[in-house]
Structure formats: C-alpha cells, structure tokens
Design a protein. Structure first.
Length: 236
C-alpha cells in the first residue's frame, strides 16, 4: 500500500491546462510523487442517455487525455445517477452508464494509461452505484478493464464497511479514505468516526493491495493527520 500520491480533482481552479500540467510534472520529477486524477463531476452524469451522453463523453475524453499527458496512473469517475427522466426508466440509465464506462476504457486502452476506476457513491442520492450489489452488477455486466475506487466513507454509509468489503474486495484498485459517524458523508479525519480502520487495512493487506490510499478531507491539517493515522496502522 502506498501513500505517496496526490489526487487532482479536475474541477474549477484545478483544471489541467498545459501550464498546470507542466508545473505538476516538474514537481513530480523532484519529489517522486505520483498522480491520480478525479474526473470532473459537477454537472456530469454518465448515466445520461443520448443525445446528451455524446456531449458529456467528449468532455470526459478531453479530461482523460489531459490526465494521460500528466502521466496520471488512475482516472476516477463518478458512476452517474437517476435523473427526473431516467428515474422512470432505470434500465436506460444503467445501459447509458455501461456504455460510458466502455467508451472511457477503450480510450484508456488506446492511450495506455491512466486506468479507469469507478467510485462507489453514498446514499441518499440516487446514484446507480452506491450499494455493494450495484458494484457486483456493474462488474458482472461489463467485460472491459476497469477497477473499483473504494470510497471507505461512502461504504460506511451504505450498510457498513465490513459487509461492503466482503462483497466487492476483489474489484478494488484504488481507495479513498475518510470517516463519518454514519449519518452524513462528512469526510471526517480518518479515525474520528465509526469506520473500523484496522479491519480495512488488514483486508487490504490480505488482498495484497498495491494501489494508492488517497485521504479525502476538508482541510490539509485533517489530511495530514489522516495520513499519520493510517501509517501507524499499516506499519504495525
């Protein structure tokens, strides 16, 4: 397990223009840090049917190509959600989501990197992939190469981390780490909520997990403390 990675959220002020990519690559060359990129998600719904989906995928393609230029290793995407239209046609939303993932995987394969990882989301929002059975369905119905970005905080809100991990552990290629007390997606400092982090780390070790654990907190101080907390458990 590695913690020497910085995840770029390609939204707003963090948009990967050529100048910012050059700056980040220079930083990586001196600090030996690696990058992953969280794909844009504000206003992006990969479960949107055509004709909107083509527009969204063109936008996502450009983000994936910029991530490739950055030499990012993983490209994390949100799975999409039911809209006021598709809530009446959920299978149309599922088909649209699967088409979107196939499309992104095809471009990833053509470029050679970064690899696609789909993140599990948190209720109560109508995301298509929030429960462990949703993840199982996605991987069973798709034959392209992608992984699961296991969001620990979201999993805790979706029936508990232990139950969640037992069903989807074989798909995990990337991890988002943050905590909560079960009532909201609070992105608390790791160790400040009810997640059983010893169980999480022991399970990842059992799986011989070699991906990145990225802490997702609302302040840098919380992020640093989360990293130190995780390192203590990992190094035991």
């Amino acid at each position: 397990m590695k913690l020497d990675c910085w995840e770029i959220i390609e939204e707003g002020f963090h948009f990967l223009n050529s100048e910012r990519i050059k700056m980040l690559k220079n930083a990586a060359s001196t600090s030996k840090i690696s990058y992953t990129v969280h794909a844009p998600f504000a206003g992006i719904n990969l479960a949107s049917p055509e004709p909107l989906q083509s527009v969204l995928l063109d936008f996502m393609d450009k983000s994936l190509e910029r991530s490739y230029t950055l030499e990012a290793e993983i490209f994390i995407v949100h799975p999409g959600l039911l809209s006021p239209f598709t809530i009446h046609f959920p299978e149309l939303a599922w088909d649209s989501l699967k088409n979107a993932i196939r499309h992104l995987c095809k471009l990833s394969d053509a470029l050679g990197s970064p690899k696609i990882a789909v993140e599990n989301m948190a209720p109560p929002y109508p995301f298509l992939v929030s429960q462990s059975q949703d993840i199982e369905r996605l991987f069973q119905e798709l034959d392209c190469e992608f992984g699961l970005c296991l969001d620990i905080g979201h999993a805790q809100k979706s029936g508990g981390v232990k139950t969640f991990l037992k069903r989807v552990e074989q798909y995990v290629t990337h991890v988002h780490a943050h905590d909560n007390i079960g009532n909201e997606d609070a992105h608390l400092q790791v160790g400040k909520g009810i997640v059983d982090w010893k169980y999480v780390v022991s399970t990842l070790k059992k799986l011989n997990f070699r991906g990145y654990i990225v802490v997702e907190n609302t302040t840098l101080d919380d992020a640093y403390d989360s990293i130190h907390f995780l390192k203590r458990i990992i190094n035991r």
